[in-house]
Design a protein around this ligand. Structure first.
Ligand SMILES: *[C@@H]1O[C@H](CO)[C@@H](O)[C@H](O)[C@H]1NC(C)=O
Ligand SMILES: *[C@@H]1O[C@H](CO)[C@@H](O)[C@H](O)[C@H]1NC(C)=O
Ligand SMILES: *[C@@H]1O[C@H](CO)[C@@H](O)[C@H](O)[C@H]1NC(C)=O
Ligand SMILES: *[C@@H]1O[C@H](CO)[C@@H](O)[C@H](O)[C@H]1NC(C)=O
Ligand SMILES: *[C@@H]1O[C@H](CO)[C@@H](O)[C@H](O)[C@H]1NC(C)=O
Ligand SMILES: *[C@@H]1O[C@H](CO)[C@@H](O)[C@H](O)[C@H]1NC(C)=O
Length: 402
């Protein structure tokens, strides 16, 4: 308060002292704002003002009247009057407006230009994001430097959205481009500064392609994906099958998928950021199933030693996925000149309740599921009379696998 009074008291005699005088105030302005170059002037009583003019010192040092400067219309506006106030308004200040300005005037009895000048400095807002690379949870501080001493109301934006706090705990969604601007004059803004937020992989997922049923022999790709910053490198992905390491890299291609590839798979991803002390993040497990038509079809005979008249069971087993849903039994009959397969039964077990010599021959089992069929090797049921008296009634069946 006291200072103001002093300044006013000091100025009043100068302004209306009735002597030649021009006083200015240096100004600092942000690019894009409008600024008033404050100026006071006076001249002796009895004079009448005939002319006023502002000029700017060129790079070469000469004085150029403002109307001769290559600036848009109304860039400079005289807001003074004919005695006392000689202020100049500069609209939409540009960097080229920086420099020294002089006010001159003439009266009926003389003219005057002060040997002092008004200095206009043009600054820009500078946004500072500290740190510009943060880990999730780190404190980030936004600072806006104006370069001009006057305190200004600063607001922050992230990609056109207002940011309400200039100090915050980094979350990954805080990553982006920030700039500061003058409240109410948002076109007066700094350049954008990027904030990058680093975090350990999340959403680590293992996916399998094709997505439907996988049939033996087809090409299958297992792909591990994750959300991470910095992104997970190729060497940062590992694939596991049933807990055992399989390979590194984001994708694992199997050209000719086989039943042995069935199992529980998961992948791991890591970058150089750990999460809760854990450096490697596992995906959840996926079950890889491989479908195939019946394979390794075999026939077992029960009992091994068959009594004539006793029952014999032929059991057909196979590896199939999905499980076999049809079993057919054929017997090969060899008559002179022809060789035919006769359908003798169906179901996984072929029961021959009462064994007799006519049942001897070659048997084959045919198994099917939705993907195809498979044949067993042919099984020979041959009855051979025993050479020993007491065991005469016992017949042996010889089983031969082709
Ligand atoms: C991730 O998978 C690896 C390899 O199978 C295993 O050793 C580790 O225990 C798993 N980590 C977690 C947290 O499940
Ligand atoms: C992680 O790696 C990135 C580049 O891949 C690097 O900029 C960053 O400083 C590293 N961070 C740590 C904590 O090592
Ligand atoms: C068929 O048998 C072979 C040899 O024992 C084995 O390697 C293969 O895995 C079996 N096939 C299936 C589908 O189990
Ligand atoms: C053959 O199978 C039938 C029915 O499945 C059973 O009753 C019979 O005991 C079996 N015979 C032999 C010799 O296993
Ligand atoms: C199984 O045997 C039948 C009769 O001989 C034949 O037509 C069919 O092609 C065979 N299937 C396979 C898969 O070998
Ligand atoms: C009859 O056969 C049984 C088993 O097949 C054998 O243990 C027994 O010694 C045989 N008897 C004679 C007299 O050969």
């Amino acid at each position: 308060m006291g200072r103001w009074v002093l300044i006013i008291l000091g100025l009043i005699p100068g302004v209306w002292s009735g002597s030649w005088d021009v006083t200015y105030k240096n100004q600092c302005a942000l690019k894009g704002t409008s600024v008033n170059l404050k100026c006071k002037y006076d001249y002796p009583f009895g004079h009448f003002l005939t002319w006023i003019g502002w000029s700017k010192v060129s790079d070469g040092g000469s004085l150029i009247p403002l109307p001769d400067l290559p600036s848009p219309p109304n860039h400079f506006t005289y807001t003074g009057n004919n005695r006392g106030d000689c202020s100049l308004r500069v609209n939409n200040v540009q960097s080229s407006d920086q420099g020294a300005y002089y006010f001159s005037f003439s009266t009926t009895l003389g003219s005057w230009r002060s040997n002092k000048h008004a200095l206009l400095s043009v600054k820009e807002l500078t946004a500072v994001v500290q740190p510009y690379t943060a880990r999730e949870g780190d404190t980030v501080m936004l600072t806006c430097r104006s370069g001009c001493p006057e305190p200004t109301d600063i607001v922050w934006f992230k990609e056109q959205q207002r940011v309400w706090s200039s100090v915050f705990q980094a979350r990954r969604e805080d990553a982006g481009s920030y700039y500061c601007a003058i409240l109410g004059q948002e076109t007066v803004r700094s350049a954008s500064v990027a904030l990058s937020v680093h975090y350990a992989p999340t959403d680590v997922k293992l996916s399998v392609s094709p997505s439907g049923d996988i049939v033996r022999g087809s090409m299958v790709t297992l792909t591990c994906s994750s959300e991470a910053n910095p992104p997970v490198a190729q060497s940062g992905y590992h694939l596991y099958k049933d807990g055992e390491y399989v390979s590194s890299g984001q994708s694992h291609v199997t050209l000719d998928i086989q039943p042995r590839h069935r199992g529980q798979y998961h992948c791991q991803a890591w970058n150089n950021i750990s999460w809760r002390g854990s450096d490697r993040i596992n995906s959840s497990e996926i079950n890889l199933d491989v479908q195939y038509y019946p394979m390794n079809v075999s026939v077992s005979v029960n009992p091994e030693h068959i009594v004539e008249g006793g029952s014999v069971n032929l059991t057909c087993s196979s590896e199939a996925n999905p499980t076999a849903d049809s079993y057919m039994w054929y017997k090969r009959t060899e008559t002179i000149g022809s060789n035919t397969l006769i359908h003798v039964g169906s179901g996984q077990v072929l029961s021959l309740p009462s064994m007799e010599s006519s049942h001897g021959g070659l048997y084959v089992c045919n198994v099917r599921n939705s993907l195809g069929e498979g044949n067993s090797t042919e099984v020979v049921l041959a009855m051979k009379a025993s050479q020993h008296g007491r065991n005469k009634s016992t017949r042996q069946i010889k089983i031969r696998l082709n």
